[in-house]
Design a protein around this ligand. Structure first.
Ligand SMILES: *Cc1c(COP(=O)(O)O)cnc(C)c1O
Length: 430
């Protein structure tokens, strides 16, 4: 029997890396089977260590919106490398990218670069607390903001209780300052606020959540949050690590016309390099050290190579609005194609799609929040994932992920995806 190179590497990796991976979802635990080890990627395809090619629908969890190995970004990185990899001192590129982000993202008047989405959200919450002098904040059930302690919180029992640690190592002391609310429910927010009057520093959410599968905000919901936060002096933070530069060049806030006080960014902003950022109103951002009292720093923040990649990406998106038109087309072609195949074959499903993000849930009910997302048949999703993989289509390895499309998907590739989908649904229905 031939052992695949991915399997051999995974077995070896488990001796030296916890679970063999550097981020848990990569281990394929939610869908079964062993993860693929990736050798290279180009355009719409990634290639595993056994040289099998797969069509990419997850794209490094979002960053590769232009497809993999885009020549512009590759060349920007190679050119930057010729002058050294890190200085730990200010550079011209940091000024250029900050100015560009401010021009693209409506809420951002000043911005601080960090090295991941996790760092961005952790820092934004600290600044909001420092600025308001309040300790508590609200997050939404099923929304993901990275692995900072105060975000790894599960809902307590009963609608009004405070959060519980959702991971060993997170203390009850930390958990008590995180309040959980269901998404798309303004009434629940009002209740939480009146039970914690004057104590809430911030409300953070994914305006269009993609981490419980993709859900869309109900009409008026984001504006409703904006109005409540303004009334209560609560800092409204949009976590646009996924949606920033993806749903529009200015993210979900541009698309829905609702401007938060602060925004966190990641993924696309680094063009595939480890980059995050947080920004917002000048008077809030001027609370950050060295000009303000809230400490936040980073040895490699604003790294010259990472900034070169990010600048290549953001300039391209800023100068090519047609990217978003094309991404919308691709998203619609795929979701309408999936829908008609699913109806024909009689599988229970719901598709949520917005621009270049979509999730196919195996449930017939509307998916609007964490509770409704959890109604999905995750075992069936696991079979679907494996069936698609065998047909050369690489999806996110969990029902509760959004897919991320790139402009490298041609009409011919879309046709191949739809064919793989039809065969896979037939197979899993047996
Ligand atoms: C991915 C993600 C994060 C975490 O970013 P990392 O770079 O993985 O730390 C935070 N928030 C949202 C909405 C994300 O999708």
């Amino acid at each position: 029997m031939i052992i695949s190179e991915s399997k051999r590497l995974f077995e070896k990796a488990q001796n030296f890396i916890p679970g063999g991976v550097n981020s848990p979802v990569r281990a394929f635990r939610a869908v079964g089977g062993d993860p693929l080890f990736i050798k290279k990627a180009d355009g719409a395809f990634i290639y595993d260590e056994d040289d099998n090619a797969y069509i990419e629908l997850i794209n490094s969890w979002g960053p590769m919106i232009l497809g993999h190995n885009h020549p512009l970004i590759r060349e920007a990185v190679i050119k930057a490398m010729e002058n050294g990899t890190s200085f730990g001192a200010p550079t011209a590129r940091e000024v250029e990218i900050a100015e560009l982000i401010v021009s693209m993202v409506p809420s951002v008047e000043k911005v601080r670069m960090v090295n991941s989405g996790t760092e961005a959200t952790m820092s934004a919450i600290r600044v909001a607390r420092g600025y308001t002098g309040r300790d508590k904040f609200i997050k939404m059930e099923g929304h993901y903001h990275g692995h900072g302690d105060s975000f790894l919180i599960a809902a307590g029992s009963g609608a009004m209780t405070m959060g519980n640690p959702d991971s060993p190592g997170v203390t009850k002391g930390t958990a008590k300052d995180t309040l959980l609310a269901p998404y798309n429910n303004l009434e629940a927010i009002e209740k939480l606020i009146s039970a914690n009057k004057g104590e809430i520093a911030a409300l953070i959410l994914e305006p269009v959540p993609g981490n419980m599968g993709l859900c869309l905000p109900m009409p008026g919901y984001l504006q409703g949050l904006r109005d409540i936060c303004t009334r209560e002096g609560i800092i409204l933070i949009f976590d646009e690590v996924m949606t920033g530069f993806r749903l529009a060049k200015g993210g979900a806030q541009e698309l829905f016309g609702v401007t938060p006080d602060m925004t966190t960014l990641g993924k696309i902003i680094g063009g595939g390099m480890p980059v995050g950022a947080y920004g917002g109103k000048k008077e809030i951002m001027d609370f950050v050290s060295p000009v303000g009292p809230v400490y936040q720093g980073g040895t490699l923040s604003g790294n010259p190579i990472a900034m070169a990649a990010g600048l290549g990406m953001l300039h391209y998106l800023n100068d090519h609005p047609e990217v978003y038109t094309r991404l919308n087309e691709i998203g619609m072609q795929l979701s309408s194609g999936f829908a008609s195949i699913n109806q024909k074959l009689g599988v229970d499903y719901t598709i949520n799609q917005l621009g270049s993000m979509y999730s196919l849930f195996f449930t017939s009910g509307n998916v609007t929040d964490f509770d409704s997302a959890k109604m999905s048949d995750t075992a069936l999703f696991g079979k679907y994932f494996q069936a698609m993989l065998r047909r050369g289509v690489y999806l996110g390895p969990s029902q509760f992920e959004s897919l991320f499309l790139s402009i490298a998907l041609t009409d011919e590739i879309i046709e191949r995806i739809l064919n793989a989908h039809e065969e896979s649904i037939k197979e899993i229905l047996g």
